[in-house]
Design a protein around this ligand. Structure first.
Ligand code: ADP
Ligand code: CA
Length: 420
C-alpha cells in the first residue's frame, strides 16, 4: 500500500460529493482538509484528520499563510483540489512548497478560454472562430457567421454561457455575460472579466477523461454529454461509454490527447469537453487539468472501466509513480450521471420522486445539493444543480430508457410555483 499514511492537503471541495474523501480513506491516506469557512465544519467526513477553515476568495493572502503555516508544522506530501476556481491558487502553492503539480502557467492557460483557444489553434487543433472582446462596442462592426456562443473568459459551470443567432441577440448576451462576470463570477475571478465569442459547434458533446504520465496521455473514458442547442447550456446527462463507432472514438481520443499535450498537461488528470460538428470533426470546447465534476468523473471512470481514477491522481500529487496503465481500457458497465434539471426558479421546497427512485436497482447514489428554503435564481445566473442521480445499467439503451423515466418522475418544487 504505497499511499498508506501519506499526508495529503485538499483545498476546498463540495462535501456533498464525497469521492475524494472516500477514496483517500480506502487507501489509508491521511488528509488535512482546508474547507470554505463560510460553511459549517464538515464533521460528517469521519476520515479527515484535520479541518482548517479558509476564506480563499475574500482573503487569499491569509489563506496562503494558513496553509503554509500548517505545512511547516505538519508537512504535506502533496496538495490538490478538484474545485475549478481554486486550481490556480493550489498550483501556485504547490510550486512555492515544492510539492508535485503542474505549473501555474499551465493551469492559468487552461482557466482562460482565450488563451486556451489560442494555444490549441497554434498547435493546429480544430478551432472554431474565436475572439475576446471587452464590450459591445467592439462587435458593432464585426462580421460574424451566426450562431455564436458568448462566454466569460474565466468562467466555470456554464455560468453566463449563451448562444446568439444574430447581432441583436449577441449584444443582449454580452450585457448578460458582463453581469454574470460582475455579480456571479467576480468573487472568483477578480479582475479577469473578459468575454469570448466563439462560433457555435452544432453537434453532440462528449466528456473525455484522461490521465497523463510523462507526456503520454491515456484516454480513460469517453462519455456522452447531450446535444444542447442553447440558448443556455445547463448540463443534463453524462453517460459512459458513449455509443460510437470505433473510428469516431479514435478521432475523439486523438483530438483530446493532442489538446492535453498542447496545453502542457504532462502529468495528471484532464477533463476535456468536446463537440462533433455536422461533418463529424471533433472540436475541443474546453479542458480542465483536474478530475471533472468535483469527482463525478472519478465515479464514471471507476464504475465503467474499473480504473480507480482518484487513486491515479493521488499517486501523482503525492509524488509517486502511478501503476502502469494500458493503452486500451476495459469496459465493464454503462454508467451515468442524471443531473436533475433546475426546472425553474424561486424558493426551493423539495424534489418529488427522489425517494422512489432511490429504491431502483439502477440507482447507486442520489446526491442532493440544495436545501429547503434556498433561493434559486433564473438563468443565466446559476445557483447550483438540485442534485445528481448516479446510475449503472447493462446497456446504453437501458440507461436512455431509465433517464426518460426520470424526466417524467423527478419534479423540482418551488414554493412560489410548481414546474411541470
Ligand atoms: P464553462 O467553463 O462555464 O463550463 P464552457 O466553455 O465549457 O464554459 O461552455 C459551457 C457549455 O456551453 C459547453 O459544455 C457547451 O455545451 C456549450 N458551448 C460552449 N462553447 C461552445 C461552442 N463553441 N459551440 C457549441 N457549444 C458550446
Ligand atoms: Ca465546461
Amino acid at each position: 500500500m504505497p499511499l498508506q499514511n501519506k499526508h495529503l492537503a485538499v483545498v476546498l471541495q463540495n462535501t456533498y460529493l464525497p469521492f475524494i474523501f472516500e477514496e483517500a480513506e480506502a487507501l489509508g491516506i491521511k488528509m488535512t482538509f482546508f474547507y470554505n469557512q463560510e460553511e459549517a465544519e464538515p464533521t460528517h467526513l469521519k476520515h479527515v484528520q484535520k479541518f482548517i477553515p479558509i476564506d480563499l476568495f475574500q482573503a487569499p493572502e491569509k489563506a496562503l499563510e494558513v496553509i503554509k503555516t500548517e505545512h511547516n508544522q505538519n508537512s504535506f506530501d502533496g496538495i490538490m483540489t478538484i474545485y475549478e476556481p481554486a486550481l490556480e491558487f493550489v498550483a501556485q502553492l504547490a510550486k512555492e512548497l515544492n510539492l508535485p503539480g503542474l505549473s501555474p502557467f499551465v493551469i492559468s492557460n487552461c482557466r482562460n478560454k482565450q488563451m486556451m483557444r489560442k494555444i490549441l489553434k497554434d498547435s493546429n487543433l480544430n478551432t472554431p472562430y474565436f475572439k475576446e472582446i471587452k464590450n459591445e462596442e467592439e462587435v458593432k462592426d464585426l462580421l460574424l457567421t451566426y450562431p455564436v456562443v458568448i462566454k466569460p473568459s474565466n468562467g466555470f459551470a456554464s455560468q453566463g454561457v449563451s448562444r446568439a443567432n444574430n447581432k441583436e441577440e449577441l449584444i443582449d448576451s454580452i450585457e448578460k455575460v458582463r453581469r454574470v462576470n460582475e455579480e456571479d463570477l467576480g468573487k472568483f475571478t477578480k479582475n479577469k472579466t473578459g468575454i469570448v465569442i466563439e462560433q457555435f459547434i452544432d453537434g453532440p458533446e462528449f466528456a473525455i477523461e484522461t490521465f497523463s504520465v510523462e507526456d503520454k496521455v491515456y484516454v480513460l473514458s469517453i462519455g456522452y454529454k447531450g446535444n444542447s442547442k442553447g440558448p443556455f447550456f445547463e448540463e443534463g446527462v453524462y453517460i459512459a461509454p458513449a455509443p460510437l463507432e470505433e473510428n469516431v472514438l479514435e478521432s475523439i481520443s486523438q483530438e483530446a490527447a493532442r489538446a492535453a499535450t498542447a496545453l502542457g498537461i504532462e502529468n495528471g488528470p484532464a477533463h476535456i469537453e468536446l463537440r462533433l460538428d455536422p461533418a463529424g470533426k471533433p472540436y475541443v470546447i474546453e479542458i480542465g487539468a483536474r478530475i471533472g465534476g468535483s469527482g463525478i468523473s472519478h465515479y464514471i471512470v471507476k464504475e465503467s472501466t474499473g480504473i480507480n481514477y482518484m487513486e491515479l491522481v493521488f499517486y501523482y500529487v503525492l509524488g509517486l509513480k502511478p501503476p502502469a496503465l494500458k493503452d486500451k481500457g476495459q469496459q465493464k458497465k454503462v454508467v451515468g450521471n442524471y443531473i436533475i434539471p433546475v426546472q425553474g426558479h424561486g424558493i426551493f421546497k423539495e424534489i418529488q420522486g427522489v425517494e422512489d427512485v432511490h429504491r431502483d436497482s439502477e440507482v447507486k447514489r442520489v446526491i442532493q445539493f440544495i436545501t429547503k428554503g434556498t433561493e434559486i435564481f433564473p438563468y443565466p445566473h446559476f445557483s447550483g444543480y438540485p442534485g445528481f442521480i448516479l446510475t449503472t445499467h447493462d446497456s446504453y439503451s437501458d440507461c436512455e430508457q431509465y433517464y426518460r423515466y426520470l424526466d417524467y418522475k423527478i419534479k423540482v418544487v418551488y414554493d412560489n410555483k410548481v414546474n411541470a
